[in-house]
Write a protein that binds this ligand. Sequence first.
Ligand code: SF4
Length: 429
Amino acid sequence: MVDSELMLGKLASHGYIITDKMDACDVAIINTCGFIEDAKREAIDIILKACDLKKEGRIKKVVVCGCLSQRYARTLRKEIPEADAILGVDNFKNVEEAVKSVLDDKSFYSVAPPEAIYTDKDPRLLLTPAHYAYVKIAEGCRNRCSYCVIYKIRGDLRSRRIESVLSEIKALSAKRKLSELNIIAQDTTSYGMDNYARAKLTSLLKKICALKRAHWVRLIYTHPRNFTDELIDLIAQEKSICKYIDLPIQHINDRILKRMNRRIKRRDIELLIDRIRKRIPSVAIRTSVIVGFPGETDKEFDELLAFIRDTAFERLGAFIYSREEGTPAYRFKNQLSDKIKRERFDRVMSLQQEISSRVNEGFMGQRLKVLIEEQDEGKRHFYLGRTQYDAPEVDGLVYVRSDKVLRPGTFADVKITDTLEYDLVGKAV
Ligand code: SF4
């Protein structure tokens, strides 16, 4: 999303007109994902759709960029010659050159090892609703999880300078009234370990909060290994930081964690979660897990399931292990069948459904502060919103009934009157 916003910012600053209608443009730019099988398939479907539109003469050119083209540049060039330009992940730097070139009927190919990270000087055209924005504080990853191809696609950790992040936030908030800032990176807790030679996330967050430019500051993608007590205390004390912790554990069995190269053990994860829950009493913890990792036995999977049951994560996403070429785990023996992986995925998800229902039932009758997102499909008096425990796009919603008109981006006090598996229902009071 942020990369697309940077490309659009660059193009808009050169006078190009932006549309989101793929069949009504001169140049379709497809910013792809490519880190697991499903994402690759989806990206290829869209590229082929754009190429069909080009064949039918409804659009002129197709530009492919992002993770898939970074990873499979040569293959794409060979297999999809209808694509007029192929760019990698540093696409915001040369997208304008590429568009200009294809409009001059010259193909454009530029995929180099990733090295860029944007600064406050790069224009961005935000695609999020007017009341929130994402700010990417670092690019790439220094961890080497054995199943993951992201660091190969996006390169090693490159953190932005603190001043650049702060000045970007000032500029964003000067343009729109931000209710929520979402702080992202591939691994936010490693922020600063490259350019500052030590973890700098807490000092960055303190400075972001001191700016007072957004009511909520939400931290996303925090690797448990680098989650410090200082960070826990800051989240506990700082009013504007959402009491929401996105802590991808991926597994809990020590043998699997080791083979995943997560560089953390079950005991450390347990202690961390204990500390978080003790010091931030109302916290919602989100995690993600991978099921069907090569060699995962029934017993190891049961251990994961039992851990999920006992810990009762407020939010959880499960991924079916995707065997990615170029990763160490690709060569691991005992790759599991799709059937086993799918069964395990279904078992995790149905367990989480029960947990989520129970967690939501606990909110019955409570008054929660809800960020109003939009009117519910134009229905009068009905709105969709989120609590601080829900990140945009990935978590649940609150269906709000209100006699008064509620504007998107404002906060409402909502009394919860009903609960669903993943969502809440309430009335503005
Ligand atoms: S921390 Fe995340 S992005 Fe980095 S290697 Fe591990 S899974 Fe991949």
